[in-house]
Design a protein around this ligand. Structure first.
Ligand SMILES: *Cc1c(COP(=O)(O)O)cnc(C)c1O
Length: 351
């Protein structure tokens, strides 16, 4: 701590990302990265802009990328916002849309960055417990609030809500912004983007980190009513005019253009998840129904932290959260078929 800090800094509790260890032959199933690389067209597009033009600032309004996303989803460009990862998009959402007198509602077991942003922006958080089966009950969100946010599918449970349930929340909260964080939507849930023209209070955020395998490029987006997007643009242009560099813009545009690769890899992840789920069940695990690129599983006879440690000794890392209600679960990212096999073999030995 330093006497030079702005006073509020000493109370900040920053987000702790999953580790990125430098260990050879590591089976890394801890941060929900995509086991398949990005589209070869993305790599090519980035190479094509690696030249003298780097001396120039990138496009400040990211118009070409927004147009590509708008056409992909059948919305207008002014309904699209892009940022340096969906984490940055979310930060602007908290700053620009959630600073109200009433508390922000979100699930108690959810993406831990939400509480971090509440701390950063001085927003009161009201966390609502998940149901007994770890699902989100939309009826819980019919109470006074200054906004609502939840991931769909939820993290780290992997469980998804249907669009009818999301509509129920939107209708119960016409005076608040409802943000659906769709970081994992492409692996098995339905996007709520089809609802944005009917609900001016709906904002959907997505990430290129998971389903488009570009965690290292840092690109995220939001789609919603142009008025919501305008708030995000005001924040962004008061913070950093160029959050996406030339390489990120070129790569992200190419990612949305190569639909075949996207469909092929996301289906491979989904198939792999279904196979891994049944293998884990055969080993005696209870696996929550996942619509994401990870599974959340517990074994009735084996302590999760001990299992995670045993896996680590075999160079396999998964995520364990030492938190109430979920401390007996492991969150396991879907890997390549070979990685999943190594995991299942190692678990077989540990059990
Ligand atoms: C990974 C993740 C994000 C952040 O994605 P980036 O685009 O890499 O910043 C946001 N929300 C949830 C629920 C996530 O799991």
């Amino acid at each position: 701590m330093s006497r030079f800090w702005s006073p509020f800094v000493k109370n900040l509790v920053p987000y702790v990302p999953g580790e990125q260890p430098k260990i050879d032959n590591l089976v890394k199933l801890n941060t929900n990265e995509n086991p398949f690389g990005p589209s070869p067209q993305v790599i090519e597009a980035i190479r094509a802009v690696l030249d003298d033009s780097l001396r120039l600032y990138p496009a400040p309004n990211c118009d070409a990328l927004k147009a590509g996303i708008a056409s992909y989803y059948g919305v207008k460009s002014e309904q699209v916002f892009v940022g340096n990862g969906s984490d940055e998009v979310l930060a602007h959402v908290f700053h620009g849309l959630f600073q109200h007198d009433k508390p922000l509602l979100f699930p108690d077991i959810s993406y831990s960055f939400y509480l971090v942003y509440c701390g950063l922006y001085g927003i009161q958080a009201k966390m609502l417990p998940l149901a007994e089966d770890f699902s989100i009950d939309p009826a819980d969100y019919s109470q006074p609030n200054g906004g609502i946010i939840f991931p769909n599918p939820n993290a780290p449970t992997g469980m998804a809500l249907g669009l009818a349930q999301i509509e129920q929340m939107l209708q119960a909260n016409p005076d608040s912004v409802v943000v659906v964080d769709e970081a994992y939507v492409d692996f098995g849930a339905q996007t709520a983007i089809s609802l944005v023209d009917r609900y001016p209070n709906l904002l959907v955020t997505q990430s290129l980190s998971k389903s488009r395998s570009l965690a290292g490029l840092r690109v995220g987006l939001a789609v919603g009513h142009a008025d919501l997007i305008e708030a995000l643009e005001r924040i962004k242009n008061s913070f950093n005019s160029y959050p996406l560099d030339r390489l990120a813009l070129a790569g992200a545009e190419a990612a949305f253009a190569d639909n075949d690769y996207f469909e092929m890899t996301r289906n491979a992840v989904i198939d792999s998840r279904e196979r891994l789920t049944s293998q884990l069940q055969t080993l005696g695990f209870e696996v929550l129904p996942s619509a994401a690129n990870f599974v959340f599983a517990r074994h009735p006879q084996h302590d999760a932290a001990t299992l995670a440690q045993g896996l680590r000794e075999r160079r396999i890392i998964v995520r364990h959260f030492a938190k109430p209600r979920i401390d007996q679960f492991l969150r396991i990212t879907i890997g390549t078929p070979e990685q999943n096999l190594k995991l299942v073999e190692a678990l077989g030995q540990l059990l």
